[in-house]
Design a protein around this ligand. Structure first.
Ligand SMILES: *Cc1c(COP(=O)(O)O)cnc(C)c1O
Length: 446
């Protein structure tokens, strides 16, 4: 006879004791709850059939991901999302409204767009050194705390629902934020009752820069430093596609119970359940492992050194880059590379096109196209995928950039022919500007 009994296809390795109550107790509890079972404390229930929503048993994979996040990030609530921008959308959707102001060292493109989408104003407050590409500073990602304090005074704390710090500062050259700056920003926030959120995409690289450059941290592990960074914050957004070492995924964290509840409600509407946030079990698994691998010192050392290798090799030949080299990318200063191309003629887009033509290299403009009137620099970012390319690949990139550098005087700007209302850089189209009447300088060969 074939076996007919269908069994649970898993074993339970974690149990929660059930509290037994007597009939009399239940009578009293029901009265105390006003005869509404929604108001009954969970531990007074023997079998809970109120809802199937949020009551699923999570797999070991799911718990592993959540526990990795909790162990490193330390926040009370972890809400998985399909990527970083979904976490941003939910955060701003819950915390911000029209007329609000959100300060950041520098908003990344999706962060700015999601902030502006709910009618809030995204304000960048980098330190002045950050706006000079050639200027050296160990923590060029820092926020200008004097301007932060001044801004809060001017607009009033009520209009500032949160302050953000992006670590490392992606739009500002992949530059790190110091622990001292995180503490100083938190102090200002705390004075006004404003929560501090960290855009944590490159938290491991930032932690490693603190270890290398900030007094008092040389003997601490990147994990301990990351834990301290997050201990000063009230929450974070994270794209697991960066220092999560995964191909997809992200999360949103907060210590605020009421905010977490609203965020989970919105998550269910748009992403999926708070147990998986629209991600597959294998994605959660990949994130759990990736978050830990990103903190390994051997890896971080290789990462920071190999990024600097590219930057130093082109800078040595005169190519203007954001100094010092960032953690995840090298940023070419396109305004200095192509002084004949006005910012309104998109020098970064023009240079990125030339790198492609010369050697099939794809880079991205971070400047006038991406940020419009908010752009203070025109940069071309050469972002280095984690653990993907070898030194010979990078040597090839160096050669291609130097070839374009030699013929830079012939490069012309571009004119925009199409743009979308939001995040226009993803779909914009251009045409090259006609050669100017001025005689072109001779080409340098070799
Ligand atoms: C990539 C990135 C985001 C957005 O994350 P996605 O996963 O691409 O949606 C937000 N902030 C910063 C600093 C980033 O680098």
């Amino acid at each position: 006879m074939p076996i007919k009994t269908i069994i649970e296809p898993f074993r339970i390795k974690s149990v929660e004791p059930i509290r037994r109550t007597t009939r009399d107790e239940r009578q009293q509890l029901l009265e105390a709850a006003g005869y509404n079972l929604f108001l009954m404390p969970a531990d007074a229930i023997l079998i809970d059939l109120l809802t199937d929503s949020g009551t699923c048993a999570m797999s070991t994979e799911q718990w592993a991901a959540m526990m990795s996040v909790q162990a490193i990030f330390g926040f009370k609530h972890v809400i998985p999302t399909h990527q970083g921008r979904a976490a941003e959308r939910i955060l701003f959707g819950v915390m911000c409204k029209k007329g609000d102001v959100v300060p950041n060292n520098t908003h990344f493109d999706t962060t700015r767009a999601n902030c502006e989408f709910v009618g809030a104003e995204a304000v960048d407050l980098p330190i002045p050194e950050a706006l000079e590409p050639a200027r050296l500073h160990p923590f060029k990602g820092n926020m200008d705390t004097a301007r932060l304090a001044e801004l809060i005074e001017r607009v009033g704390a009520k209009r500032v629902p949160l302050v953000m710090l992006t670590v490392t500062n992606n739009s500002g050259g992949g530059q790190p934020v110091s622990m001292a700056n995180i503490r100083a920003v938190k102090e200002i926030c705390a004075r006004h009752g404003i929560p501090l959120y960290i855009d944590a995409c490159r938290y491991a690289e930032n932690a490693y820069f603190i270890k290398l450059r900030e007094p008092g941290y040389a003997e601490r592990t990147p994990r301990e430093i990351a834990q301290e960074m997050f201990s000063h914050a009230d929450g974070c957004t994270m794209s697991a596609k960066k220092d999560g070492m995964a191909n997809i995924g992200g999360f949103l964290c907060t210590n605020d119970d009421a905010i977490a509840q609203q965020e989970k409600d919105l998550l269910i509407l748009t992403e999926g359940f708070p147990t998986y946030g629209g991600l597959a079990g294998r994605d959660l698994d990949a994130i759990a492992v990736g978050l830990n691998e990103a903190l390994e010192e051997d890896y971080l050392n290789y990462r920071i050194v190999s990024t600097a290798y590219l930057g130093n090799h082109i800078a040595r030949e005169g190519v203007p880059i954001v100094q010092p080299p960032g953690g995840h990318a090298i940023y070419i200063d396109a305004r200095a590379f192509l002084p004949q191309v006005l910012p309104a003629e998109f020098p970064g887009v023009a240079l990125a096109g030339e790198l492609y033509v010369e050697g099939g290299i794809r880079s991205v403009e971070i400047g006038t196209l991406m940020f419009g009137e908010h752009a203070t620099m025109d940069l071309v970012r050469l972002a280095i995928p984690r653990r993907v390319y070898t030194q010979s690949h990078v040597d090839y990139v160096v050669e291609v950039i130097l070839e374009v550098w030699r013929r830079r005087e012939q490069i012309r700007g571009l004119e925009l022919t199409y743009q979308a209302a939001f995040l226009r850089h993803f779909s914009a189209r251009f045409r090259p500007l006609a050669p100017s009447a001025a005689p072109q300088p001779a080409t340098h060969q070799g």
